[in-house]
Design a protein around this ligand. Structure first.
Ligand SMILES: [Zn+2]
Length: 491
């Protein structure tokens, strides 16, 4: 089964053929660590986490590199404002990013290079560009001469003439052309700086990714990814720098994930719709959040809404309820074929389970079509419920269904990072959240249930009924079990 990915550079889906199938390289632009991680960062990281997992599920060995931009104007400004060292700011937000992504179940990249550790590599690339007359030194700054790179604009589709119209004449008199961008910035008072052949200073933003990508991965890099917001100018400039310096193609496939808005607005602190990831993880279940962020196709713009996340919770609940009803799986190897004796009621679900793995991989092989994949899964869930409702669930066919579903869940969890919870644990987690959201106190509910049990034992049905009404008014539903205990949940 061939893997197709939408290559931004080619503007179409292309067959993914790594240069070396036993060692695939992927470089993803991470974050500038000057502020908190927000949902947009999480969406991008989860998208490329899925890419890496899909490649691995297809048997490829992957080197995943994702950078941290830790030298930047905003970091320096924040450090000055808080009167701390710039690297304290960087470390703080790096830690927050890593923690949040771990809670969302993301794999850790093989390399997480920081710009500040790669100044030497950047200087070397800038020197190469100067020697090829693609960059020039001016008053301690170094600029990339955009017009010297004939392929400029090939990723974003922008033409030099359009850019000329858009370019403002900046106050920076040291630039020869307003289109040129900084590779190296001469030191300013109070700012961190490094020694260079052009005097002390610090790198411009774009050069770090060209230099670090080529340090850790073979050229051409199989996949380079990032959010659609960094496609221009950042990725365009990365191509100009890397290809300008080496004369070779930089990247084979460029992947960009869609934007994230909240309630149809761009997330911003001033609008009050800014979702810090740590806050989102307090408010929503991490697995539900991950499901939600992957439910839509990665290239589509995602509008984050409370309704959307509630629907994601309902979908996962449906999945886990069916799993719970099916019962525990038998441990052991996946049975290649179900038993010959197949009750009629079990046939449709067996049929679907037999092709499920291929169907899932086929959906993912079509440019990571997660909506189609979830459609396939919920089709099986419906079939599963239909079968369970027949009440004919025993015998070898049932055992096979249990085992096949258990193996399917493991596979889905490996590739998607969700669908792998124990159903009882998932129900407990969701119950806790509902309880917290409803403001109902767990101890109070337990106490009322105990009082009701004693009233019933004493045949005081009047009191038992009034307690039942009280609980119903609180939004609690419950069921008396034959063993005398009571199962309850919030409605
Ligand atoms: Zn980058």
């Amino acid at each position: 089964m061939t893997l197709k990915l939408y290559n931004t550079l080619a503007r179409k889906k292309v067959l993914f053929v790594p240069a070396n199938p036993s060692q695939v390289g992927i470089y993803v632009c991470g974050v500038t660590v000057w502020d908190a991680t927000h949902l947009g960062h999480a969406r991008s990281a989860i998208t490329f986490d899925l890419v890496v997992r899909v490649l691995r599920a297809r048997g490829m060995r992957v080197t995943y590199v994702r950078n941290f931009t830790d030298v930047d104007d905003k970091i320096i400004a924040r450090a000055t404002q808080e009167n701390v060292e710039w690297h304290e700011i960087a470390q703080r937000y790096m830690a927050e990013y890593r923690e949040g992504l771990a809670l969302l179940g993301n794999v850790v990249p093989e390399e997480e290079p920081c710009a500040s550790d790669h100044i030497g590599e950047m200087i070397a690339m800038i020197e190469q560009l100067i020697s090829k007359d693609m960059a020039y030194v001016s008053q301690g700054d170094v600029f990339f001469a955009v017009r010297k790179f004939s392929g400029y604009g090939k990723l974003s589709g922008k033409k030099i003439e359009e850019l000329e119209v858009g370019a403002r004449i900046e106050a920076n008199a040291s630039k020869r052309d307003p289109l040129d961008f900084a590779l190296w910035k001469a030191v300013k008072p109070g700012e961190p700086s490094w020694e260079s052949p052009w005097g002390p200073g610090r790198p411009g933003w774009h050069i770090e990714c060209s230099a670090m990508a080529l340090k850790y991965l073979e050229q051409p890099i199989d996949i380079h990814g990032g959010g659609c917001d960094v496609m221009f100018p950042h990725h365009e400039n990365e191509i100009a720098q890397a290809e300008g310096a080496t004369g070779q193609p930089f990247v084979s496939v460029w992947l960009h994930n869609g934007s994230l808005t909240v309630d149809a607005e761009k997330m911003s602190k001033s609008l009050g719709n800014y979702f810090r990831l740590t806050e989102a993880l307090q408010r929503f279940d991490a697995e539900v959040l991950r499901y939600y962020l992957l439910a839509l196709h990665y290239r589509s713009p995602l509008d984050f809404t409370e309704v959307g996340i509630a629907d994601a919770g309902k979908a996962l609940t449906r999945f886990y309820e069916a799993t719970a009803r099916l019962g525990a799986a038998t441990v052991g190897a996946f049975p290649a074929a179900p038993p010959k004796d197949r009750p009629k009621a079990a046939k449709p679900v067996i049929q679907r389970l037999l092709t499920l793995r291929d169907d899932v991989l086929a959906a993912l092989a079509d440019d990571l079509n997660t909506p189609q994949l979830n459609g396939i899964i919920f089709d099986v869930v419906r079939e599963l419920n239909r079968y369970l409702n027949t009440g004919t669930c025993d015998g070898p066919a049932h055992g096979w269904i249990q085992m096949a579903w258990s193996h399917t869940r493991n596979m889905l969890h490996d590739i998607l990072g969700f669908y792998g919870s124990d159903p009882a644990v998932f129900r407990e987690r969701m119950g806790q959240r509902q309880l917290a959201a409803s403001g109902v106190n767990r101890d109070e509910v337990e106490q009322l249930l105990a009082q009701r049990a004693s009233a019933r034992a004493a045949k005081d049905f009047g009191t038992a009924d009034s307690i039942r009404d009280q609980l119903t008014a609180m939004g609690v539903t419950f069921q008396d079990r034959p063993d005398g205990t009571t199962d309850w949940q919030m409605t």
